[in-house]
Structure formats: C-alpha cells, structure tokens
Write a protein that binds this ligand. Sequence first.
Ligand code: GLY
Length: 354
Amino acid sequence: MESKTVDIKAGGGYTVHIGSGILDACGEAVASVIKPCRAAVVTDSNVEGLYLERTMESLRGAGFDPISFVFPAGEGSKNMRVLSEILESFADNELTRSDVAIALGGGVTGDITGFAAGVYMRGIKYVQIPTTLLAAVDSSVGGKTAVDLAAGKNLAGVFLQPSAVICDTGTLSTLAPEVFADGAAESIKYGVLTDEDIFKIFECGDVRSSITDVIYRCVTIKGRLVEEDEHDNGARRLLNLGHTIGHAIENLSEYTFPHGHAVAVGMVMIARAGELMGITEAGTSERLARVLSKNGLPTSTGYSAEELYTAALSDKKRSGDSITLVMPEKIGSCRLMTVSLPEFSDIVELAVNG
Ligand code: GLY
C-alpha cells in the first residue's frame, strides 16, 4: 500500500494520508496520533454498507474500541436535529474527552461530525476519512465544520482542525459519475487558482489513473492557504473561486443543483466577466468551459443576472456594502477583488449577458 502524505501546520498539526487501499490501515494511522480509546465512527446510509465494517475492523486491530452512528444520506441530514442525535449517541456510548470521533464519508459527514466533535464536552479530537473526491480535495482538510440552518447553508459551525485525514482513493471507484464530477469541479478550481498542471490532467490526461497525484496537489495548495489564513479572513478566500455565483445558483435551485456543478458554472461566468473587464486573459472562459464539459459538468444555467445578483447578496462572504470576489487572471493565477454592490451587479450582468 503506497501512500503520499501532506503535513498541515494548523491546529495541532496533522497529516493527510492519500493512497489506494489505506482504509484497511486506518487504525494504525489513527493510533500514530491518538492513543487507543473509544472511537465513534459517524457515517451515512450510503457509505455504511460499503466501508463501515472495514473501518471498524482496522480500528479494532489497532486497539481502538469503535462504536458507530449512521444517519440517512443526503444534505437534508446536515441539520441541528441530526447533530443532536450524534451528540446523544456519543453520550449514550460514554465517550469521554480523551476519545475520538471519526467522520467516514463525504462532505456532509465530515462537516457534521467535525461540528459534533467541536462541541461534545467542549471539544474532542476527530479524524476525517473522506470517501468522495470533493471531500478528499476540499472539505476534509482545513477544519471548517458546519450544519445548515433554515436560513441558509453552513450557518452554524466551528473551526476545528482534524487530528488526521485518511483518504483511500479506492473508495472513489464506487462514486456515481455526477458525484465524481462534483469533486472534479473543485479539483479544476485548484488548477485555475495556482496549478496549471492539475488543470491539464483534467484537460487531456487520464484523471482516474492520476487521482492520487491530483488529490496530493490539491491538498498541498489548500494546506498552504489554511496555514496562512486558518480562519478564512485573507488568502484562504481564494478557495471561493466560482462560489459567489455558485452559491447563488444553489440557492435559486433550492439546493437541487449540486455544489460542484454550481461552482463549475460560477467559475466560467466570473472568467467571462473578467475577460470583458480586461482582467482575465482572453480565451480563459472558453478553455475552462471545455474542460468542465469534458468532465461531465455544466457551464451555464437559465438564471437571469438579476436573479443571480439578488441570490448572491445573501452569501455570508458579503461584508456590508461590498463583496470580495475571486477573479481569474489566467489558468493558474487568480486574485481577490473587493467590489461595491453596484460594481458587483455590473459584473454579474457581464457574466450573464456579456
Ligand atoms: N471550502 C473552502 C475552505 O475550506 O475554505
């Protein structure tokens, strides 16, 4: 079992392990940073049948005493009610402050388990075992945890860095194509941000056979941004490329439009506006649209500029009368740009109607 590792110097410092088949050694990886204790594995009803028993077995083999909590799969479970059920299950199983929570699954599982770990007994350790590409390249690293409120997505949560991240690339083989595509959008985003080589893998390479390298590169970029700006007030905001318009699309579709798909459209639109404003190299939006289509992602929606502008204003990244956008300069380079709301309205107009 060969694996690559990325060390992240945030929180107490932790290692991201990436490799095929490493789920069967997850117990050893956890034991290298947390001494054997009770381990509460939280997963969803899709992942339960696929990977829960392997995880429990490996944890037992390394001396842990694992228990599990399974919730219904889907974004609809990322709420205060399921959070409360997880916390009650931790208490019923007599987890103490020296025990550990383990998130086994995609973004919803990682976000809600991390939040539960952050508030149970005022904070216990947790480990991320991502099983989707989106969780592997983005949400399992960086310590953002959350649940959704009636008023919007991710409105309640804490920053809590995990103690380890164990990404078995073998688990990606069971993903539905549209779920893999969601993670492809976030991976392509890293290519647009700083690493044209990642972009080229999705443009003309063999993505599946390069997946360990793709995740390694994405996590390395994210790790550096998180180290520089753990609490998301500065450089980390570059990770929001495509997200301002993307979140507006998700919101308008009442969250039926998957996150990565919405980010894909958001990236193309902001690149198009950037080209018309003379900031983005000519041809970038077309190149981006081609690579996204090739990877099963949409590049446009039917929403009007006015609908998108109004929905984008509810974004939590807005601050008072201005909004900070991530503007591509070319593939491999982006910059943060703070604009007034009237300027933002003009940019959305350019993005939609050219
Ligand atoms: N998903 C963006 C971030 O972690 O900052």
